[in-house]
Write a protein that binds this ligand. Structure first.
Ligand SMILES: [Zn+2]
Ligand SMILES: [Zn+2]
Ligand SMILES: [Zn+2]
Length: 98
């Protein structure tokens, strides 16, 4: 009995996924047409959603502290800020910063 579990695959350079060899040519054509790799985060994103992706993931946002950064960095920045503020509260007794 032959097993069909071992299917040959090839890595698609566009979406970075392993694609069954039998589908690869078709996949690549569709993939290049429908998927683009985001220049900023190097993640494959549907071309149709790229504008939205850039707007939601990479749009510069302004933090309360007036610093402008990518949204992806804001959460990390807030953690750093909170750590910093907590430390300031402890050392300087400032309570109304946040
Ligand atoms: Zn692909
Ligand atoms: Zn991106
Ligand atoms: Zn900030």
């Amino acid at each position: 009995m032959a097993s069909e579990a071992e299917q040959e695959t090839k890595l698609c350079g566009n979406c970075k996924r392993d694609i069954p060899l039998s589908n690869f040519t078709i996949h690549e054509i569709h993939c290049k047409r429908n998927l683009s790799v985001c220049d900023v985060c190097k993640e494959p994103v549907p071309t149709a959603d790229m504008e939205e992706h850039l707007a939601t993931e990479h749009m510069p946002v302004t933090c309360k502290c007036k610093m402008t950064m990518e949204k992806a960095f804001l959460e990390e920045h807030k953690v750093i800020m909170n750590t910093y503020i907590t430390r300031s509260v402890l050392t300087l007794g400032i309570r109304d910063l946040y």
